[in-house]
Design a protein around this ligand. Structure first.
Ligand SMILES: Nc1nc2c(c(=O)[nH]1)N[C@H]1C(S)=C(S)[C@@H](COP(=O)(O)OP(=O)(O)OC[C@H]3O[C@@H](n4cnc5c(=O)[nH]c(N)nc54)[C@H](O)[C@@H]3O)O[C@H]1N2
Ligand SMILES: Nc1nc2c(c(=O)[nH]1)N[C@H]1C(S)=C(S)[C@@H](COP(=O)(O)OP(=O)(O)OC[C@H]3O[C@@H](n4cnc5c(=O)[nH]c(N)nc54)[C@H](O)[C@@H]3O)O[C@H]1N2
Ligand code: SF4
Ligand SMILES: [Mo]
Length: 762
């Protein structure tokens, strides 16, 4: 059980997790009143086992800072904000959403958010509210990075995969710098272990010599934006030199003729020249791959937010497919998932395209760059209202100015956040949420194989006065809108008092008799099962249903992982109890390697590589540009890289950073020389969309012609006198809506043509 915490007055260590990246490392926090005075890794956490990076130690800047919101806010006619009480705020939100729904249909209400790094439980309730209203379109930050990848994986495997890097003989990172961005357990330890083992190899595709690249056996320091050419050339070599696992391919990749034919036509030398990498290095990589017993590969923003991104997502997977690295330790694996199963709204035809511009909707998400285009129009089907939860799209999506305009063009908007963000400053109503440490929350980034882990964080401090946890906020809005009747729930409330077996029966009967209520079931569970859960855990009520779903989909593996069906009303109920009881996380499924096929929706033990759209793109690649620079914009800007003290926009107080406090512009020595720049100088970065002033750091890690700014900077934060100050460049003042992948619509944030201008003295 949790040590005594400040919730009952004592200054002891409390167990929780870091919320700054998807790893959600287990931590222990020493509290004095509400202050996080010391933080250390939780050695008992089933996955992170005490590991943290430097960022977790600075979490007090998230929990306790001058920027926390403590009252609902309403926009005035002058564009300022006034405090209002909760009842008024809920009535305004219910009224605003109701008006738009009644006038234009629920399809004109757009939902954005729900995927912070580790706060996902609340979004089950947010989704329930949206589904109850009848919202049809939604999106979140996944649709500005991973939708191309998702589309490729769904077509190739029918499942999402992650590499089991702790066991991979060869680890590949394509446009990913895990030394800084982590994304898998104990990232730095894992990287060092691979680098120090002569039997293993690290292959890194990155134009910058990052910390990860410095550890690599093969650092492919390619020209920015040319990964498709580079990986196509390696695949061409694998096929040309017969370095593929024919036995695996004959068993599991029978339909491959079109792909192999296309790969035979790759002009290897030409592509090597285009990406500015010696052919000999690409041949050495192909040789190393062909000898590997297992390959794990991880792509990320360096290619997902650059030219040909969907094609690269496809091609990089072929590096391990051709090697037969699948269904064995160290490979990329599908996995079970304890998380939300998407929207519960009834199936509606036509939702695979956006209503105004017809952009491709992948995995139910509208491409982020399309959102302003779906609003700033007089098209009758435009989005006219928005619910924005736990996200700051004005800051984090392409072209901040356009997003601000779009929000002001809406008939109604509500933002639910802990701070008065750049997005909140455009909303009609802002609702203050209790922080990630003031309520129970959980990450749904449960992407592990063979053992998959879930961790429920319990509140370790009381909610800041004036704030509410999201389940309560959503329930109040739903009730005010009349989406369900509290009186009708009374029999369920009574049943819950008699234990979960009685409740489970009553609940099944209730949903059976009221099928439309299924859409709202998380909120119904919160109001009925919630009050019977241990103090502070009422917000975990919806997890009961999710645990039952996982148990139904993976009964053998849930039981194998230690949940005993005899211990509760069902196997899922037993898993739910384990989750509630644990402070160190639970392994919720345990798979065997030969069970990977059961986790896929292709059923026939086949990987589908014959993807006509991608093969067409591969065949057309030689007609694509390799250089997007021009006389006007002679540099390529990577707008938003991960550094030691960046954490998306979760921490707003600039004082949380121990180094790189200005978020320097990284530039190569030759480029610095040509502009006469030295470390610490200030310079203006200009793109087709906007311009911003940055401080310069000259570094030999950058290629000539390539410059980089960090993400997460340029946030407004009040200083001690209440004056709002901004430190660093807000990268999306420089990016453009149209600059995006033609297939998935994901932005080219890592590839923005730019120039530098000296700042006039005075
Ligand atoms: N410290 C920290 N960690 C984080 C986050 C954070 O804000 N801060 N955010 C989290 C989130 S939301 C995400 S999505 C991940 C992202 O994690 P990463 O994708 O690893 O992060 P980035 O630094 O944005 O981009 C990775 C690399 O892409 C390289 N790159 C740029 N252009 C190209 C190119 O054309 N080709 C190739 N191959 N590489 C290129 C950059 O030099 C950079 O090293 O990080 C997560 N972890
Ligand atoms: N140019 C450029 N743009 C980028 C990137 C880039 O590399 N370059 N990276 C992109 C990527 S990969 C991502 S994932 C996005 C991330 O962009 P966002 O989704 O906007 O960022 P987050 O940091 O996840 O947003 C977290 C928000 O939740 C709020 N919050 C924190 N705790 C709570 C809570 O308990 N409840 C509620 N309701 N709110 C809370 C925070 O105040 C913050 O406003 O940025 C993207 N934007
Ligand atoms: S930022 Fe990520 S890697 Fe670092 S401690 Fe937090 S969860 Fe772990
Ligand atoms: Mo992200």
């Amino acid at each position: 059980m949790t040590d005594t915490t400040s919730l009952n007055g004592a200054a002891e260590w409390s167990k929780t997790a870091c919320i700054l990246c998807e790893c959600a490392c287990g931590i222990e926090v020493k509290l004095e009143d509400r202050q996080f005075v010391r933080i250390r890794g939780n050695k008992e956490h089933v996955e992170s086992k005490g590991y943290t990076c430097e960022k977790a130690l600075r979490l007090d800047h998230y929990q306790n800072n001058r920027g926390r919101l403590t009252s609902p806010m309403r926009r005035t006619a002058e564009g300022t904000y006034e405090e209002i009480d909760w009842d008024t705020a809920i009535a305004e939100v219910a009224g605003g959403l109701g008006r738009v729904r009644d006038a234009h249909g629920a399809g004109s209400i757009f939902r954005y958010g729900g995927t912070g790094q580790t706060n996902h439980l609340f979004s089950v309730y947010g989704q329930a509210l949206a589904d109850g209203i009848g919202v049809l379109y939604e999106s979140n930050s996944i649709a500005q990075e991973k939708t191309g990848e998702v589309w490729v994986e769904v077509n190739m495997l029918g499942a999402h995969t992650r590499p089991e890097l702790s066991k991979s003989e060869v680890a590949i990172f394509v446009g990913k710098n895990p030394w800084q961005s982590h994304s898998f357990p104990a990232a730095r330890r894992t990287l060092k272990a691979i680098a120090n083992d002569p039997e293993r190899a690290l292959i890194v595709f990155d134009p910058k010599r990052t910390k990860t690249a410095e550890l690599a056996d093969f650092h492919i320091q390619l020209r920015p934006g040319t990964d498709a050419f580079c990986i196509a050339a390696i695949l061409g070599i694998l096929v040309r030199d017969e370095l593929v696992d024919t036995e695996f391919l004959d068993r599991h990749v029978t339909d491959r003729a079109a792909l192999v034919d296309a790969l035979r036509t790759v002009p290897i030398d030409d592509y090597a020249t285009r990406c500015d990498v010696p052919v000999a290095q690409l041949e050495a990589v192909a040789q190393r791959l062909s000898k590997a017993k297992s390959i794990g590969s991880f792509e990320d923003l360096g290619i997902e937010q650059g030219p040909n991104s969907t094609l690269v997502s496809y091609l990089q997977r072929l590096l391990w497919v051709l090697n037969g690295s699948f269904a064995k330790p160290g490979a990329n694996q599908p996995h079970s998932w304890l998380g939300m199963r998407g929207s519960r709204r009834p199936a509606t035809p036509g939702l695979d395209r956006t209503p105004v511009t017809g952009a491709r909707v992948i995995t139910g998400l509208v491409p982020c760059n399309s959102i302003p285009e779906e609003i700033l129009t007089d098209h009758p089907d435009r989005f006219r209202a928005m619910i924005i939860e736990s996200s700051n799209p004005v800051h984090s999506l392409a072209d901040s100015k356009k997003f601000r305009e779009a929000m002001r063009a809406l008939e109604f908007s509500v933002v639910i956040d802990v701070a008065m963000t750049e997005t909140a400053r455009q909303a009609d109503i802002v609702l203050p949420a209790s922080s990630a440490y003031e309520k129970c929350e959980a990450s749904f980034f449960t992407f592990h194989f063979p053992d998959n882990v879930f961790y429920l964080r319990k509140p370790i401090v009381e909610p800041l006065p004036g704030t509410l946890a999201e389940p309560e906020i959503y329930a109040r809005i739903a009730e005010k809108m009349g989406l369900y009747d509290l009186d009708a729930l009374q029999p369920l409330v009574d049943a819950a008092k008699h234990g979960r077996s009685t409740f489970a029966h009553a609940y099944a009967e209730f949903i059976g008799n009221n099928p439309p209520a299924y859409a709202l079931s998380p909120l119904i569970l919160y109001r009925t099962l919630g009050p019977t859960l241990p103090a502070g855990l009422d917000g975990a009520a919806a997890l009961w249903e999710l645990a039952c779903n996982v148990a139904e989909a993976n009964p053998v593996q849930v039981e194998r992982a230690g949940s005993d069906p005899a211990a509760a009303e069902s196997l899922g109920g037993a898993l739910f109890d384990r989750i509630l009881e644990s402070d160190d996380g639970v392994v919720f499924t345990q798979h065997d390697y030969d069970e990977v096929w059961d986790l896929m929706f292709t059923w026939d033990e086949q990987l589908r590589v014959d993807n006509p759209e991608m093969i067409e793109k591969l065949l057309d690649l030689s007609n694509q540009p390799t250089d997007y620079r021009s006389d006007e914009f002679p540099l390529i800007l990577a707008a938003g890289e991960r550094r030691s003290f960046t954490a998306n926009v979760i921490i707003r107080d600039p004082d949380w950073r121990k180094n790189d406090r200005d978020g320097a512009l990284h530039i190569s020595q030759p480029d610095a020389d040509s502009y006469g720049l030295e470390n610490g100088d200030r310079i203006r970065v200009v793109t087709a969309t906007g311009s911003a002033e940055a401080m310069v750091e000259v570094t030999d890690t950058m290629r000539e012609g390539h410059i980089a700014l960090p993400n997460g900077f340029g946030l407004e934060f009040p200083d001690e006198d209440g004056e709002h100050r901004v430190v660093g460049v807000s990268p999306n003042e420089l990016t453009a809506l149209e600059w995006r992948d033609d297939f998935a619509g994901t932005p080219w944030h890592k590839h923005v043509p730019a120039r530098l201008e000296t700042i006039a003295a005075g």
